[in-house]
Design a protein around this ligand. Structure first.
Ligand code: ADP
Ligand code: ADP
Ligand code: MG
Length: 449
C-alpha cells in the first residue's frame, strides 16, 4: 500500500480524499495556494506545501510546483480529485515520468475521455449507441451544415475538449449556424486550448443518466449502478439522485452499455459513463468522465461502499474487492450547496458568519467550510454537498428537506433556498424530471423577490 499520498486539490474533495487515506493508514500531503492557507484540507493533512498564489494557473494547475511538492515530501502517489488537473493527460504522464503513481485511469483512457468527438466515434464502432451527429469533429461551417441538414435542427455544437457544462451551443436553424460555429470555436480555444468542435442532435426533454464504473488493473470491470443528474442549470448538475427513477429494463440496459464502453477502451480505475435518456426511452452515450465525480457520495450511500478507498486500492494494484452484482439499498439524493445567489446562480463569495450543520439519521455533509472562513472568489463556488439517504426515494426526500431546514449559513448567499423549492415541487416529487426542469420551475413559479 502507498505510504504517503499528495492531494492535488482543495476544498471538500481534498478533505474527502484525506479521510479515505486516514482509514487506509496512508500519510497525506496537502498542497495549497496563498489564499487557502487556513483551509480545512491543510489543517487535516499530515503535511502541507504552499504551491503558489491564488490564481489556479499558478497553484492548483501548476504542474511543476505540484510535482516538486511531491518529491520534497516523498509522496509516492498523487490523488487529483475532480476538476483542476484530474483530467490532464500531460499531468498523469509527468507523474509517471517522476515515478509517482497518478491515482486515476491510464493516460490513454484519459486522452479518450478528454476527446469527446473521438470517444463518440469509438463507442459507435464498438456498438454503444451515440446521439445522432457528426462522425468525429466538424472542421468547417459547411461541414457542420451538411451534418445538421441530414439529422435535422435543432443541433448542438460541442467542444471536443470541453467540460464543466461549458463550450456548448444550441443551434435552432441553419441561419444561426455560421455565427454560432465561429463563437463556439473561439470559446473552445480560449477555454480548452483547442477550437475543435463536433455536432450532435439537440434532443429536448432528455434525462442525464450516468453509470459509476470501477475497474482494476487486470481489466475487471464492475458497475455500481446509475445516477440521475437531470436537475441542471447551464448544463451543470445541481441535484443528483440514485437510483434513477427508470424501469428495470432501462436500468439494466444502461449498466450493460457502461460496462461495454469501459471494456472497449480497457478502462482502468474509477470513472463514469454519461448517457442521455431520450423521451422515447432511447439511451445514447454522451461522454466518459475519467475521475471521481462530485456526486459519488450518493452511490456510496446506496451501494454501501467507499469509492475513494476502492479507487486508491485499485491504483495500488489490488483486485476489485466486490465482484458480485451490486444491489442498491434504498435511495440517496445530493444537493450541491454553492456560494451563489439562489435565483440567478451568480457567485457570492465572502466571509461565512454562521455555519450550522444538519445531522441525524441518513444525513452526510461533505464540506471544508466553517464559520469565519472566507469563500474565495477564485475557485468553484461549491462549498458543501448535502447527502440524504433513506429506505426509499420518499424518505430520502423527506430527510433532505429536514436537513435543508437545519442547515444554517449566514454571511454569504447559498443555493439552499433553491433546493428547498425543488424538493417541494410536485413534479420533482413524482419523479417527472428532465434537463428542462429548472427552466419550467422558474417560469411557473418565479423565485420570491
Ligand atoms: P460536459 O463535458 O460539459 O459535462 P456533456 O457532453 O456531458 O458536457 O453535456 C452536459 C449536459 O448538456 C448534459 O448533461 C445535458 O444536460 C446537456 N446535453 C449534452 N448533449 C446534449 C444533447 N445532444 N441534447 C440535449 N442535451 C444535451
Ligand atoms: P461532475 O460530474 O463530477 O459533477 P462536473 O462537470 O460538475 O462533474 O465537474 C466537476 C468539476 O470540475 C467542476 O468544478 C467543474 O467546473 C470542473 N470541470 C469539469 N470539466 C472541466 C474542464 N474541462 N475544464 C475545467 N473545469 C472542469
Ligand atoms: Mg458531462
Amino acid at each position: 500500500m502507498f505510504k504517503k499520498i499528495l492531494i492535488a486539490n482543495r476544498s471538500e474533495i481534498a478533505v474527502r480524499v484525506i479521510r479515505a487515506c486516514k482509514e487506509l493508514g496512508i500519510r497525506t500531503v496537502a498542497v495549497y495556494s496563498d489564499i487557502d492557507k487556513e483551509s480545512m484540507h491543510v489543517k487535516m493533512a499530515d503535511e502541507s506545501v504552499c504551491i503558489g498564489p491564488a490564481s489556479p494557473e499558478q497553484s492548483y494547475l501548476n504542474l511543476p510546483a505540484i510535482l516538486t511538492a511531491a518529491e520534497l515530501t516523498d509522496a509516492v502517489a498523487i490523488h487529483p480529485g475532480y476538476g483542476f488537473l484530474s483530467e490532464n493527460t500531460q499531468f498523469a504522464e509527468a507523474c509517471a515520468t517522476s515515478g509517482i503513481v497518478f491515482i486515476g485511469p491510464t493516460p490513454e483512457n484519459m486522452r479518450l475521455g478528454g476527446d469527446k468527438a473521438k470517444a463518440r466515434q469509438i463507442m459507435k464502432k464498438k456498438g454503444v449507441p451515440v446521439v445522432p451527429g457528426s462522425d468525429g469533429p466538424v472542421e468547417s461551417v459547411s461541414a457542420a451544415a451538411k451534418v445538421a441538414r441530414k439529422i435535422g435542427y435543432p443541433v448542438m455544437l460541442k467542444a471536443s475538449m470541453g467540460g464543466g457544462g461549458r463550450g456548448m451551443k444550441i443551434v435552432n436553424a441553419e441561419g444561426e449556424l455560421e455565427e454560432a460555429f465561429l463563437i463556439a470555436q473561439r470559446e473552445a480555444l480560449t477555454s480548452f486550448g483547442s477550437s475543435e468542435l463536433y455536432l450532435e442532435k439537440y434532443i429536448h426533454g432528455i434525462r442525464h443518466i450516468e453509470v459509476q464504473i470501477l475497474a482494476d488493473s487486470k481489466g475487471e470491470v464492475a458497475h455500481l449502478g446509475e445516477r440521475e443528474c437531470s436537475i441542471q442549470r447551464r448544463h451543470q448538475k445541481i441535484i443528483e439522485e440514485s437510483p434513477a427513477v427508470i424501469p428495470e429494463r432501462l436500468r439494466k440496459k444502461v449498466g450493460d452499455y457502461a460496462v461495454k464502453a469501459a471494456k472497449a477502451i480497457r478502462y482502468k480505475n474509477i470513472g463514469t459513463v454519461e448517457f442521455i435518456l431520450s423521451p422515447e426511452d432511447e439511451i445514447y452515450f454522451m461522454e466518459f468522465n475519467t475521475r471521481i465525480q462530485v456526486e459519488h457520495p450518493i452511490t456510496e450511500a446506496v451501494m454501501g461502499v467507499d469509492l475513494v478507498k476502492e479507487q486508491i486500492l485499485v491504483s495500488a494494484g489490488h483486485p476489485l474487492r466486490f465482484k458480485r452484482i451490486y444491489k442498491p439499498r434504498g435511495a440517496a439524493i445530493e444537493c450541491r450547496i454553492n456560494a451563489e445567489d439562489p435565483e440567478k446562480f451568480i457567485p457570492s463569495p465572502g466571509k461565512i458568519e454562521l455555519f450550522t450543520l444538519p445531522g441525524g439519521p441518513g444525513i452526510r455533509v461533505d464540506t471544508a467550510a466553517y464559520a469565519g472562513w472566507n469563500v474565495p472568489p477564485q475557485y468553484d463556488s461549491l462549498i458543501a454537498k448535502l447527502i440524504a439517504h433513506g429506505a426509499d426515494r420518499q424518505e430520502a426526500i423527506t430527510r433532505m428537506r429536514r436537513a435543508l431546514d437545519e442547515f444554517q449559513i449566514e454571511g454569504i448567499k447559498t443555493t439552499i433556498p433553491f433546493h428547498k423549492r425543488v424538493l417541494a415541487d410536485k413534479n420533482f416529487l413524482e419523479g417527472k424530471i428532465d434537463t428542462g426542469f429548472i427552466e419550467r420551475l422558474n417560469a411557473a413559479e418565479p423565485a420570491l423577490k
